[in-house]
Ligand binder design. Structure first.
Ligand SMILES: Cc1ncc(COP(=O)(O)O)c(C=O)c1O
Length: 372
């Protein structure tokens, strides 16, 4: 397979570990291992102490799949396949799609969600968010664009990079559209649980539709990207078997220590999510003040969920130059829209990290005094 470079990952590879501050990241402040182990119950501590560093079961350790199934209403542990999060996208796309298939994917977005389909030779149609309507994805547009040969609709809510979260009615309309033409519905739910108003949390797609696949993981909402644990959940047994078969060619099984660490975190998920939401709420308050002060320079749609926003630049040239300058002069890393192939007027700003107030202050110090 020939696949184009992953623009966001290439941008991070060059800058992430050299930046003094990252305002580009989309994960929540990472947990420290000692902090996590201090939350472990007796059973998990036993698993940790007695851990064998051998191969684990290929679909994922039973105790972990059991915790994951608990996040859903209609998913039994055997409907869960543990993968690295981005691997889950790769595996699902390769299990569902063939050359020539019609695919619709939310755009701008996490590149793997459409690029794997492009590499397979699919006809990929971009479903563009409406910035002037708070980055809404219009379900009526989707309904009009599907055809009998549409094989897959791929969405990501809460959405990276805009922070958009559809209302339940819109989301159910999207799923109904997939059902109406028999398409698969791939739902990237990596930022689920980070809704600023928890009552707006969407039901997982795999609970709504038999041909839906939900992607979840520990990287974003749980602040554990380093464990590299994610999962695919679907009630489509035949698809699940195909995805499991492909995993034999990628990672075979997950890392044994990571499976235990993820299990510990899922067992005390309420505490971890509450910690992360509190951090996000506080940081978002600072961003509100920032964008109010800097309204001549930037326009933004406030996010409804997740850890990122996608402001538009009203001055200061192109986003690539602006982000490069900020990195060189202030040591602050932002992510220009070119990483999303979305022109040169926007950048992604992340607010899930503990040092975000300091990073934002440094960013602002390096903006012109005039506010323009
Ligand atoms: C929407 C979305 N899906 C999937 C992933 C993949 O997660 P990971 O990097 O942990 O594999 C990311 C990571 O940025 C993401 O933003």
């Amino acid at each position: 397979m020939r696949i184009r470079p992953f623009r966001l990952e290439r941008y991070f590879a060059v800058r992430e570990f050299g930046a003094q501050y990252s305002l580009a990241s989309s994960d929540c402040e990472s947990l420290v291992q000692a902090e996590l182990l201090a939350m472990a119950d007796g059973e998990c501590l036993g698993l940790w102490e007695g851990l064998s560093l051998g191969y684990t079961e290929t679909p994922g350790a039973p105790f972990l799949r059991c915790e994951i199934a608990g996040l859903y209403d209609g998913i039994d542990p055997e409907y869960v396949l543990v993968t690295v999060p981005v691997e889950g996208i790769f595996i699902a796309m390769n299990s569902i799609l063939d050359r020539g298939d019609h695919v619709i994917c939310t755009f701008p977005g996490y590149q793997a969600l459409y690029e794997v389909a492009v590499a397979i030779g699919c006809e990929v149609e971009r479903w563009t968010a409406q910035e002037e309507r708070g980055w809404r994805f219009d379900p009526d547009w989707l309904h009009e664009r599907v055809r009998p040969e549409t094989r897959l609709i791929a969405v990501n809510f809460p959405h990276n990079p805009t922070g958009f979260l559809p209302g339940r009615e819109d989301f159910e309309h999207m799923v109904a559209t997939a059902r109406s033409c028999g398409a698969y519905f791939f739902s990237d739910e990596m930022y689920r649980h980070l809704e600023l108003e928890p009552e707006r949390r969407l039901p997982p797609a795999c609970d709504l539709y038999d041909r839906a696949v939900s992607l979840g993981g520990m990287s974003k909402s749980f602040g554990m990207p380093g464990v590299r644990i994610g999962w695919l959940a679907t009630r489509d047994r035949e698809l699940l078997a195909r995805m499991a078969g492909l995993k034999d060619y990628t990672t075979i099984c997950a890392s044994a220590p990571s499976e235990v660490l993820a299990t510990i975190a899922l067992r005390c998920r309420e505490r971890i999510i509450a910690r992360n939401l509190a951090l996000i709420q506080a940081n978002l308050e600072l961003l509100r003040g920032f964008f109010a002060r800097r309204g001549v320079m930037f326009a933004w749609n406030e996010p409804s969920a997740g850890t990122v926003a996608f402001p538009r630049m009203l001055a200061h040239g192109d986003a690539d130059g602006f982000c490069d300058d900020m990195y060189a002069k202030a040591g602050v890393m932002l992510l220009p829209a070119s990483a999303f192939e979305y022109g040169d007027r926007h950048f992604r700003i992340g607010f899930g990290r503990r040092n975000m107030p300091e990073a934002l202050a440094t960013f602002e110090e390096h903006l012109p005094d005039t506010g323009v």
